[in-house]
Design a protein around this ligand. Structure first.
Ligand SMILES: [Zn+2]
Length: 270
Protein backbone atom coordinates (compact mmCIF):
# COMPACT_ATOMS: atom_id res chain seq x y z
CA UNK A 1 0.00 0.00 0.00
CA UNK A 2 2.77 2.37 1.02
CA UNK A 3 4.60 1.55 -2.20
CA UNK A 4 1.43 2.16 -4.21
CA UNK A 5 0.94 5.59 -2.61
CA UNK A 6 4.54 6.47 -3.29
CA UNK A 7 4.13 5.42 -6.92
CA UNK A 8 0.86 7.34 -7.27
CA UNK A 9 2.35 10.56 -5.92
CA UNK A 10 5.42 10.09 -8.14
CA UNK A 11 3.16 9.73 -11.21
CA UNK A 12 1.16 12.77 -10.15
CA UNK A 13 4.34 14.85 -9.93
CA UNK A 14 5.37 13.65 -13.40
CA UNK A 15 1.94 14.50 -14.91
CA UNK A 16 1.92 17.95 -13.28
CA UNK A 17 5.44 18.61 -14.45
CA UNK A 18 4.58 17.54 -17.98
CA UNK A 19 1.40 19.60 -18.27
CA UNK A 20 3.26 22.56 -16.77
CA UNK A 21 5.95 22.14 -19.41
CA UNK A 22 3.39 21.87 -22.23
CA UNK A 23 1.98 25.32 -21.47
CA UNK A 24 5.25 27.01 -20.54
CA UNK A 25 5.72 28.34 -24.07
CA UNK A 26 2.11 29.42 -24.55
CA UNK A 27 2.09 31.15 -21.14
CA UNK A 28 5.17 33.05 -22.26
CA UNK A 29 3.27 34.05 -25.43
CA UNK A 30 0.33 35.26 -23.27
CA UNK A 31 2.64 37.49 -21.21
CA UNK A 32 4.31 38.85 -24.31
CA UNK A 33 1.00 39.78 -25.93
CA UNK A 34 -0.23 41.47 -22.74
CA UNK A 35 3.02 43.41 -22.61
CA UNK A 36 2.47 44.62 -26.19
CA UNK A 37 -1.07 45.76 -25.40
CA UNK A 38 0.21 47.56 -22.29
CA UNK A 39 2.71 49.33 -24.52
CA UNK A 40 -0.15 50.57 -26.74
CA UNK A 41 -1.97 51.88 -23.66
CA UNK A 42 1.12 53.73 -22.45
CA UNK A 43 1.82 55.41 -25.79
CA UNK A 44 -0.15 58.59 -25.62
CA UNK A 45 -0.85 60.95 -27.32
CA UNK A 46 -1.15 58.77 -30.44
CA UNK A 47 -0.65 60.06 -33.93
CA UNK A 48 -3.28 59.12 -36.47
CA UNK A 49 -3.96 59.87 -40.08
CA UNK A 50 -7.56 61.07 -39.71
CA UNK A 51 -6.49 64.63 -40.53
CA UNK A 52 -8.15 66.05 -37.43
CA UNK A 53 -6.92 69.30 -36.02
CA UNK A 54 -5.56 68.14 -32.69
CA UNK A 55 -4.42 70.63 -30.06
CA UNK A 56 -0.66 71.19 -30.01
CA UNK A 57 -0.37 70.42 -26.34
CA UNK A 58 -1.80 67.13 -25.15
CA UNK A 59 -3.86 67.23 -21.97
CA UNK A 60 -4.72 63.83 -20.58
CA UNK A 61 -7.67 63.42 -18.27
CA UNK A 62 -7.01 62.11 -14.77
CA UNK A 63 -10.36 60.38 -14.45
CA UNK A 64 -10.77 56.99 -16.12
CA UNK A 65 -10.81 53.24 -15.65
CA UNK A 66 -10.72 50.06 -17.76
CA UNK A 67 -13.74 49.22 -19.96
CA UNK A 68 -15.84 46.50 -18.40
CA UNK A 69 -17.65 43.48 -19.85
CA UNK A 70 -21.42 43.85 -19.88
CA UNK A 71 -22.53 40.40 -21.10
CA UNK A 72 -21.73 36.76 -20.31
CA UNK A 73 -21.93 34.27 -23.19
CA UNK A 74 -22.10 30.59 -22.22
CA UNK A 75 -20.93 27.73 -24.45
CA UNK A 76 -20.39 24.00 -24.43
CA UNK A 77 -17.03 22.97 -25.84
CA UNK A 78 -18.23 20.06 -28.05
CA UNK A 79 -14.84 18.49 -27.37
CA UNK A 80 -13.80 15.23 -25.70
CA UNK A 81 -12.05 16.59 -22.61
CA UNK A 82 -11.01 19.70 -20.77
CA UNK A 83 -7.40 19.00 -21.73
CA UNK A 84 -8.38 18.98 -25.41
CA UNK A 85 -10.07 22.38 -25.00
CA UNK A 86 -7.02 23.83 -23.23
CA UNK A 87 -4.91 22.63 -26.15
CA UNK A 88 -7.33 24.13 -28.70
CA UNK A 89 -7.28 27.49 -26.93
CA UNK A 90 -3.47 27.60 -26.87
CA UNK A 91 -2.89 26.76 -30.55
CA UNK A 92 -2.59 30.05 -32.51
CA UNK A 93 -3.96 28.48 -35.70
CA UNK A 94 -7.39 27.80 -34.10
CA UNK A 95 -7.82 31.54 -33.31
CA UNK A 96 -10.44 30.67 -30.66
CA UNK A 97 -10.45 31.19 -26.91
CA UNK A 98 -12.61 31.88 -23.86
CA UNK A 99 -12.00 33.60 -20.56
CA UNK A 100 -13.04 30.53 -18.57
CA UNK A 101 -13.20 26.78 -19.14
CA UNK A 102 -15.13 24.68 -16.62
CA UNK A 103 -14.13 20.99 -16.50
CA UNK A 104 -16.45 18.07 -15.69
CA UNK A 105 -15.13 17.89 -12.11
CA UNK A 106 -15.90 21.59 -11.55
CA UNK A 107 -12.30 22.80 -11.95
CA UNK A 108 -12.22 26.31 -13.43
CA UNK A 109 -9.45 27.42 -15.79
CA UNK A 110 -9.21 31.20 -16.02
CA UNK A 111 -7.35 31.54 -19.33
CA UNK A 112 -7.63 35.26 -20.03
CA UNK A 113 -7.97 38.45 -17.99
CA UNK A 114 -11.64 39.53 -17.92
CA UNK A 115 -10.70 42.95 -19.30
CA UNK A 116 -9.21 41.50 -22.48
CA UNK A 117 -11.16 40.29 -25.53
CA UNK A 118 -11.51 36.53 -26.00
CA UNK A 119 -12.43 35.03 -29.38
CA UNK A 120 -15.50 32.98 -28.51
CA UNK A 121 -18.68 34.50 -29.98
CA UNK A 122 -17.63 34.99 -33.62
CA UNK A 123 -20.18 36.52 -35.99
CA UNK A 124 -22.95 37.39 -33.56
CA UNK A 125 -25.82 39.76 -32.78
CA UNK A 126 -27.96 40.38 -29.72
CA UNK A 127 -30.31 43.34 -29.82
CA UNK A 128 -28.22 46.04 -31.46
CA UNK A 129 -24.95 44.63 -30.15
CA UNK A 130 -22.85 43.15 -32.95
CA UNK A 131 -19.39 42.71 -31.43
CA UNK A 132 -20.20 40.42 -28.54
CA UNK A 133 -16.52 39.49 -28.13
CA UNK A 134 -15.70 43.09 -27.23
CA UNK A 135 -18.37 43.39 -24.58
CA UNK A 136 -18.63 39.93 -23.05
CA UNK A 137 -17.01 37.27 -20.92
CA UNK A 138 -16.91 33.88 -22.64
CA UNK A 139 -17.41 30.76 -20.54
CA UNK A 140 -16.87 27.32 -22.07
CA UNK A 141 -18.26 24.27 -20.29
CA UNK A 142 -16.53 20.97 -21.06
CA UNK A 143 -19.39 18.98 -22.58
CA UNK A 144 -19.86 17.04 -25.83
CA UNK A 145 -23.27 18.57 -26.52
CA UNK A 146 -25.11 15.25 -26.21
CA UNK A 147 -24.81 14.65 -22.47
CA UNK A 148 -26.02 16.33 -19.27
CA UNK A 149 -23.83 18.92 -17.55
CA UNK A 150 -22.35 17.69 -14.25
CA UNK A 151 -23.37 18.99 -10.84
CA UNK A 152 -19.85 20.19 -9.90
CA UNK A 153 -19.75 22.06 -13.25
CA UNK A 154 -23.05 23.81 -12.62
CA UNK A 155 -22.00 24.68 -9.07
CA UNK A 156 -18.74 26.22 -10.30
CA UNK A 157 -20.61 28.05 -13.05
CA UNK A 158 -23.09 29.59 -10.61
CA UNK A 159 -20.26 30.70 -8.31
CA UNK A 160 -18.39 32.22 -11.25
CA UNK A 161 -21.49 34.02 -12.57
CA UNK A 162 -22.10 35.46 -9.14
CA UNK A 163 -18.57 36.86 -9.03
CA UNK A 164 -18.80 38.32 -12.55
CA UNK A 165 -22.24 39.85 -12.01
CA UNK A 166 -21.06 41.63 -8.87
CA UNK A 167 -17.63 42.63 -10.20
CA UNK A 168 -18.92 44.21 -13.44
CA UNK A 169 -22.51 45.03 -12.53
CA UNK A 170 -23.83 42.84 -15.38
CA UNK A 171 -27.62 43.16 -15.87
CA UNK A 172 -29.69 40.02 -15.24
CA UNK A 173 -30.90 40.00 -18.87
CA UNK A 174 -27.34 39.86 -20.21
CA UNK A 175 -26.51 36.24 -19.35
CA UNK A 176 -27.04 34.48 -22.68
CA UNK A 177 -25.93 31.50 -24.77
CA UNK A 178 -23.87 31.22 -27.93
CA UNK A 179 -26.96 29.87 -29.77
CA UNK A 180 -28.89 32.99 -28.74
CA UNK A 181 -26.39 35.36 -30.36
CA UNK A 182 -25.55 33.20 -33.39
CA UNK A 183 -28.84 31.53 -34.47
CA UNK A 184 -28.43 28.76 -37.03
CA UNK A 185 -24.66 28.88 -36.79
CA UNK A 186 -24.41 27.68 -33.17
CA UNK A 187 -26.53 25.46 -30.91
CA UNK A 188 -24.58 25.71 -27.64
CA UNK A 189 -25.11 25.33 -24.80
CA UNK A 190 -27.29 22.35 -25.72
CA UNK A 191 -30.84 21.52 -24.65
CA UNK A 192 -29.36 19.72 -21.62
CA UNK A 193 -28.37 23.09 -20.15
CA UNK A 194 -30.77 24.45 -17.52
CA UNK A 195 -31.28 28.17 -18.09
CA UNK A 196 -34.08 27.97 -15.56
CA UNK A 197 -31.57 27.00 -12.84
CA UNK A 198 -29.52 30.08 -13.77
CA UNK A 199 -32.54 32.39 -13.85
CA UNK A 200 -33.52 31.14 -10.38
CA UNK A 201 -30.22 32.58 -9.12
CA UNK A 202 -30.57 35.87 -11.03
CA UNK A 203 -28.66 35.12 -14.26
CA UNK A 204 -31.03 35.61 -17.21
CA UNK A 205 -34.82 35.50 -16.92
CA UNK A 206 -37.32 32.66 -16.89
CA UNK A 207 -41.05 32.81 -17.49
CA UNK A 208 -44.21 32.20 -15.53
CA UNK A 209 -47.26 31.75 -17.77
CA UNK A 210 -49.77 31.39 -14.93
CA UNK A 211 -52.84 33.50 -15.78
CA UNK A 212 -51.08 35.03 -18.80
CA UNK A 213 -53.58 36.31 -21.38
CA UNK A 214 -52.06 36.99 -24.78
CA UNK A 215 -53.59 39.91 -26.75
CA UNK A 216 -55.01 38.98 -30.16
CA UNK A 217 -52.62 41.29 -32.01
CA UNK A 218 -49.53 39.90 -30.23
CA UNK A 219 -46.60 39.47 -32.63
CA UNK A 220 -44.27 36.67 -31.39
CA UNK A 221 -41.47 37.50 -33.86
CA UNK A 222 -41.42 41.09 -32.70
CA UNK A 223 -41.25 39.79 -29.12
CA UNK A 224 -38.27 37.59 -30.05
CA UNK A 225 -36.57 40.65 -31.55
CA UNK A 226 -37.19 42.72 -28.43
CA UNK A 227 -35.83 39.93 -26.21
CA UNK A 228 -32.65 40.18 -28.30
CA UNK A 229 -32.82 37.60 -31.10
CA UNK A 230 -31.77 38.41 -34.64
CA UNK A 231 -35.00 37.56 -36.50
CA UNK A 232 -33.72 38.12 -40.04
CA UNK A 233 -34.29 34.40 -40.55
CA UNK A 234 -37.34 33.66 -38.35
CA UNK A 235 -36.96 29.87 -38.45
CA UNK A 236 -33.47 29.81 -36.99
CA UNK A 237 -34.34 32.54 -34.48
CA UNK A 238 -37.19 30.33 -33.25
CA UNK A 239 -34.80 27.35 -33.07
CA UNK A 240 -32.42 29.29 -30.80
CA UNK A 241 -35.32 30.49 -28.65
CA UNK A 242 -36.54 26.89 -28.25
CA UNK A 243 -33.06 25.61 -27.30
CA UNK A 244 -32.95 28.21 -24.54
CA UNK A 245 -36.52 28.43 -23.29
CA UNK A 246 -38.39 25.28 -24.47
CA UNK A 247 -35.61 22.66 -24.80
CA UNK A 248 -38.05 19.73 -24.93
CA UNK A 249 -39.56 21.07 -28.19
CA UNK A 250 -37.36 20.40 -31.23
CA UNK A 251 -39.72 21.99 -33.78
CA UNK A 252 -39.38 25.55 -35.08
CA UNK A 253 -43.08 26.28 -34.72
CA UNK A 254 -44.52 29.01 -32.47
CA UNK A 255 -47.38 27.42 -30.52
CA UNK A 256 -49.99 29.05 -28.28
CA UNK A 257 -47.83 28.03 -25.31
CA UNK A 258 -44.85 29.85 -26.89
CA UNK A 259 -46.95 32.98 -27.33
CA UNK A 260 -47.69 32.96 -23.60
CA UNK A 261 -44.01 32.42 -22.81
CA UNK A 262 -42.89 35.22 -25.14
CA UNK A 263 -45.55 37.62 -23.91
CA UNK A 264 -44.26 37.05 -20.37
CA UNK A 265 -40.57 37.24 -21.36
CA UNK A 266 -41.17 40.46 -23.25
CA UNK A 267 -42.04 42.26 -20.03
CA UNK A 268 -38.83 41.01 -18.40
CA UNK A 269 -36.39 41.63 -21.25
CA UNK A 270 -37.64 44.94 -22.66
ZN1 LIG B 1 -19.89 28.29 -28.59
Amino acid sequence: MKYFLYLASFCFVIISACSHKVYKTTNRSYKKQVKNYAKILREYPVTDSAGLQYADNWVGTTNFSMRRPNFVVIHHTAQDSCEQTLRTFTLPRTAVSAHYVICEDGTVHHMLNDLLRAHHAGLSKWGNATDLNSMSIGIEIDNSGSEPFTEPQMNSLLQLLDRLKKAYNIPQANFIGHADVAPGRKVDPSRYFSWQALADKGFGFWYDTTNVEVPLDFNPLQALRIVGYNVNNPEIAIQSYKIHFVPQDTTNVITDADKKILFDLLKKYQ
